[in-house]
Design a protein around this ligand. Structure first.
Ligand SMILES: [Zn+2]
Length: 321
């Protein structure tokens, strides 16, 4: 049987109500890590709408669902507990990447009300420089140029240009943005307020059960950096987070997180600064193989789509890749 067939069956099982029974018994044991980026109403956003994981109502339902069906854990447990700890558990760790302001304004109040721990991976340079990310700037320029284009079509066009940027390295990137700005006859993004949290917001979150993780200083795809010059991105991002929040930063997430975004040598260097690192290409860290978990490639699920899709994913994460 092929994977897509499993996937279809899992969706049908949700529709038929069978997954409710499966959730009582549990189809997996181990640690499921969920990744969010932005939470809110994407239709009002002047930047990249592709990074929205859920609107506020859906996120709230997802957190209530996770809390009532699974054991919610924090990064302290992931880092400190021995492999045997995960054998009989269905544990879920909630994570966020990048440091968007809606993490504080929308997601944090929900987590706090429900008493749920979470881990926020923050790109320190975005908070320090108050600069916009390259993907948000590409989207912003496109929206300036094509305000009347149909939303789906425009999102596709933005996506294509963001993917082209991924293929570039080093100084090609800035000149690509300059060329795009010329081509689209728009300015580079300059004025206005970039959509990041402030350090003060992080300090407020740290008073609850919230922890922070490293996500570099400038959000490059690390494997595209020449000469494997990763030290600044790994060490300085962590140093700034610890300095500003007064919390211990134990974990790291590789920007973008696909299998080609990290390597064996990067994992080795990451281990000099952090106790764990997370990818983001799906999967569940299964208890049966806890001894073989690579603590520098802990697997995560990027969340998107409607509530029913979320329920299927957390019920059958081992089938949904
Ligand atoms: Zn990121």
């Amino acid at each position: 049987m092929k994977w897509p067939t499993y996937r279809r069956l899992a969706i049908q099982a949700e529709q038929a109500g069978i997954n409710r029974l499966v959730r009582l018994i549990g189809s997996w044991r181990g640690l499921l890590v969920l990744t969010y980026h932005r939470i809110g109403d994407s239709s009002q956003c002047e930047f990249d709408r592709g990074v929205y994981s859920a609107d506020e109502a859906t996120f709230t339902r997802q957190m209530e669902f996770v809390r009532s069906h699974f054991e919610v854990v924090g990064i302290d447990q992931v880092v400190r507990q021995p492999d045997s700890y995960w054998r009989n558990r269905q544990a879920v760790l909630i994570t966020f990447d990048d440091g968007y302001v809606d993490n504080f304004e929308v997601a944090f109040p929900v987590l706090k009300r429900l008493g749920m721990p979470a881990l926020f991976f923050v790109t320190s340079g975005f908070l320090d420089q108050r600069s916009i990310s390259w993907w948000d700037e590409i989207a912003w320029m496109m929206r300036q140029r094509y305000p009347q284009m149909a939303a789906d079509e425009l999102d596709d066009e933005i996506c294509q240009r963001i993917e082209r940027y991924y293929e570039l390295s080093g100084d090609q990137r800035e000149s690509y943005l300059d060329r795009l700005s010329d081509e689209l006859k728009t300015d580079r993004y300059d004025a206005g307020s970039p959509p990041w949290m402030t350090w003060e917001m992080l300090r407020e979150m740290a008073k609850s059960d919230i922890r922070f993780g490293g996500h570099t200083v400038t959000h490059p795809i690390l494997t595209r950096i020449q000469n494997n010059d990763w030290e600044f991105e790994l060490a300085e991002g962590k140093r700034r987070l610890e300095e500003e929040t007064g919390t211990e930063v134990q974990a790291f997430s590789y920007p973008v997180g696909n299998p080609d975004c990290f390597s064996d040598s990067l994992m080795t260097q990451t281990a000099r600064h952090y106790q764990a690192a997370f990818s983001c290409y799906g999967g569940v860290n299964r208890a049966a193989s806890a001894k073989r978990w690579d603590r520098f490639d802990l697997q995560r699920w990027p969340v998107y789509g409607p509530m029913r899709q979320f329920q299927v994913t957390v019920t059958w994460p081992q089938l949904m890749n």
